[in-house]
Design a protein around this ligand. Sequence first.
Ligand SMILES: *Cc1c(COP(=O)(O)O)cnc(C)c1O
Length: 366
Amino acid sequence: MEFSKIQELVAQHGTPVLFLSESRLRDGYRNLKAALPGVDLYYAVKSNATREIVSILNTEDAFFDVCTNGEIDILKSCDISADRCIHTHPIKRDSDIRYAVEYGMPWFVADNEDELYKFIPYKDKLRLLIRMSIQNPGCLVNLSAKFGVVPEKTWDLIIKAHELGLNVGGISFHAGSQNESPLKYIEALEYCRDICKKAALKGINIEVIDIGGGFPINYLTPVLPMAQFCQPIVDYLDRYFSSYRIIAEPGRVLSGPTMTLATKVMGRSLRNERWWYYLDEGVYGSFSGKMYDHADYPMFLERTGERFNSVLAGPTCDSIDVLYENISLPLLEIGEMLIFESMGAYTTASASNFNGFPKAKIVVVD
Ligand SMILES: *Cc1c(COP(=O)(O)O)cnc(C)c1O
């Protein structure tokens, strides 16, 4: 969007405001579909549960990955049929399973023996994916630190589920979020291959391989184009998994690029010879991703000129609410607007209204 267009919308809606680009969302979905031909894409609602995102993706015939009753309620409100959905939380209460089963969800995830027993009362109504952990400490967010059974124990867990009369239909993994390369997917798929061979011998019908999320987007450093990133994964799948149904759970790559934040300088203060600017959005709001997701967002401002070492802080009274220390900025005026891109994933999703500052308004554009 042009700066002048943003200014016009900001005059209408105020700040802080997140502009949701419908065309970017559709383009991103189609781009990933093209990069992963034949793979069913289950949008990870966790990354951004904004109802408009879910309903736009629904019109693209996307599938959905949800973890909680609250996320299920969003799908219901968008009239999404349960057979297009997967429940991916590895740890659930009976009431969680019951709620999702009553909705009609066909697929659930487990990663440990205790969890298996919880499915016994529902065993004719659902199928299981066993979630394998793939360690990726180099990644922005390691999604196997908390969940997943180690690859060496995955087969034992599948056998246990089978012995309990549960219907194991697949293997899932999450290769870590914002991957720089597709290597971890290949590593995981190698383990899957080995397990699938054992399953075939034992007559266990593994039909689905779920390659999870983790596809990267441009923040401050550009990443590989999606087609290039996915090519080695596609080649591997074509070679070894052509008779399986392949699904993925993309979150960030779909929601991340879709939102642009406009925020304004509320006030400023020269403290210890450094300009402090207090914005109307901070880490308790859309910048929560700086804390939880370890992400950093590209910033744009219209003003040019001599730059000074400055601090950008959020609006709340908490000292932790600082976005950038030692950032070089021209002298900003009160009321001046700053724009941040790639603000769609793990931003508004984890924002709060701490200290009485409401969450940024979301406005759908183009
Ligand atoms: C968070 C999450 C995702 C989405 O991951 P991205 O890195 O945002 O693509 C997918 N699957 C599961 C199980 C998750 O927890």
